[in-house]
Design a protein around this ligand. Structure first.
Ligand code: GN1
Ligand code: MG
Length: 359
């Protein structure tokens, strides 16, 4: 994606049905894929309003209209349920702000696609769990998310990224990337490549369970990391699951696994010092407890049994993706420094080794 220009941002700001006039915009660097900006406005009565404006990465999400259709359907479905439960739908899920023409996204003449949400005030996201209870709370949030959507017809959703968590396809892409060696980096990473090739079996880990109908296709989040949960600053409670771009039909065990991969690691995803990377079992059990409570009995027995394997498979898959991107010359994930995708690969490998011993 080309860098987002001031001009394009201003045009997008003017396209949405924001209340009042824009006073301030501030870039938010948290995601690996989209560009995110916070927008503050003031209306004629002097009241302040706060929004999130995002440029959707259309290299990754090639059909932004379908993507927004998914998000609108899911958030309105959840809002009704949250209301029925006595919750606050404006804080417990995202609210899409339409364009002045009533569309859910704005496409500009340069091919950029934007969408906007209400900003949720007095809330915060965490990159690492500051304490175990916080991670348990995020488990509750992702479990509750599954529960809220358990009767949503998964098949009606668009596949925003085809084969997103198709581990066999990810493995094939990785093999191709190391074969092609586009950035001439293969010789540096022979060890990592060999590690992953020895674990090719993970690519088919759920084939049998799926064929036998033991793992239901659900509405899943597909990027279930701690940093995609907002917490209320006052109560400390997990409020809301965000980053709804990859909501698609998928497997619960992979959402669970992704949350573990990210949040039960004692180090950041891109930590260069591997001695810092461990799987924290206390965190694992805390998340599991929260997740099961949040799912409110909706998980089947085979799903519960496969949760630890889900963690291994998604960590394997993530290692394939990071190493594939490193081999391709860092073309997919945002990077801030050379070698960041390799560091990311190595943390995943280290974690997978730990999971194999401990889970
Ligand atoms: C990407 O943009 P972000 O940080 O939400 C990626 C996920 C990865 C994650 C790794 C669309 O998510 O699949 O698990 O990075 N999203 C996409 O941190 O590829
Ligand atoms: Mg994401």
């Amino acid at each position: 994606m080309k860098p987002l220009t001031r001009n394009a941002l201003e045009r997008a700001g003017a396209a949405f049905a924001f209340e009042g006039t824009i006073q301030d915009t501030k870039s938010n660097e948290s995601g690996h894929i989209n560009d995110t900006v916070e927008v503050k406005t003031v209306d004629a009565a002097g009241s302040a309003h706060h929004y999130i404006l995002q440029r959707i990465n259309t290299d990754v999400f090639v059909n932004p209209k379908e993507l927004m259709e998914n998000i609108c359907r899911i958030t309105s479905f959840m809002k009704e349920k949250i209301e029925a439960e006595g919750g606050d739908p404006l804080r417990e899920t995202l609210t899409v702000v339409p364009t002045k023409d009533g569309a859910s996204c704005y496409l500009d003449e340069d091919g950029n696609a934007f969408r906007a949400y209400l900003f949720i005030e007095n809330a915060v996201c965490y990159d690492t769990p500051t304490h175990t209870a916080l991670f348990r709370a995020s488990g509750l949030a992702f479990g509750h998310f599954l529960d809220l959507l358990s009767d949503y017809p998964a098949k009606e959703l668009h596949e925003t990224i085809p084969n997103f968590h198709n581990t066999a396809k990810r493995y094939a892409d990785f093999l191709e990337a190391q074969e092609r060696d586009a950035a001439g980096r293969k010789k540096e990473v022979e060890e990592e490549i060999a590690f992953l090739k020895r674990r090719a079996f993970y690519a088919h880990a759920f084939d049998e369970a799926l064929a036998e109908g033991n793992l239901p296709l659900r509405v899943t989040h597909n990027d279930a990391k701690l940093s995609n949960v907002m917490f209320d600053k006052t109560t400390g409670k997990a409020l809301c699951v965000i980053d709804l771009d990859t909501i698609m039909p998928g497997l619960s065990v992979l959402d669970f696994g992704d949350a573990i991969r990210f949040g039960a690691s004692t180090a950041a995803e891109d930590e260069p010092d591997l001695t810092k990377v461990r799987l924290d079992l206390d965190r694992y059990h805390a998340f599991l407890e929260g997740y099961l409570a949040g799912c409110a009995g909706k998980l089947t027995k085979p799903e519960e049994d496969f949760l630890p394997l889900g963690a291994k498979v998604i960590t394997f898959e993530q290692a394939l993706r990071f190493l594939g991107d490193y081999l391709n010359g860092d073309v997919y994930y945002h990077t801030e420094r050379p070698g960041q995708n390799l560091d990311r690969t190595r943390t995943q490998i280290r974690l997978l080794e730990q999971m194999e011993k401990l889970l």
